[in-house]
Design a binder for this molecule. Structure first.
Ligand code: FES
Length: 103
């Protein structure tokens, strides 16, 4: 298996009120489910890989994801953004500028 893109979605959950916040407390699981639902709907297993991770750093910008091999980061991603991420970036190599996080 050699996927064209590997997407890491931060799923880290910290307790309510934690000073650093977490992607898990601002909707990371719904985002992950939406990503996996789209993978299934578009039959992309083996072509694109989606992996849930622990903290990747920019906790106050969550939910965050990073797409490799380009190393493009996205912030504040909502389930309704998932279609654009697939249509524009994962299938057509054009990052979704409105969601980009500069690292
Ligand atoms: S909790 Fe998601 S980047 Fe830290």
């Amino acid at each position: 298996m050699n996927p064209k893109h590997h997407v890491f979605v931060c799923m880290n959950q910290r307790p309510e009120g934690h000073p650093r916040g977490s992607c898990g407390s601002v909707g990371a699981s719904s985002l992950y489910e939406a990503m996996m639902g789209e993978m299934e709907k578009r039959d992309l297993f083996g072509k694109i890989q989606v992996t849930g991770t622990f903290c990747m750093g920019p906790c106050d910008q969550g939910p965050v994801m990073v797409v490799y091999p380009e190393g493009v980061w996205y912030k504040g991603v909502k389930p309704e953004d998932v279609n654009d991420i697939f249509d524009q970036h994962l299938l057509n190599d054009k990052p979704v500028e409105r969601l980009r996080l500069s690292m």
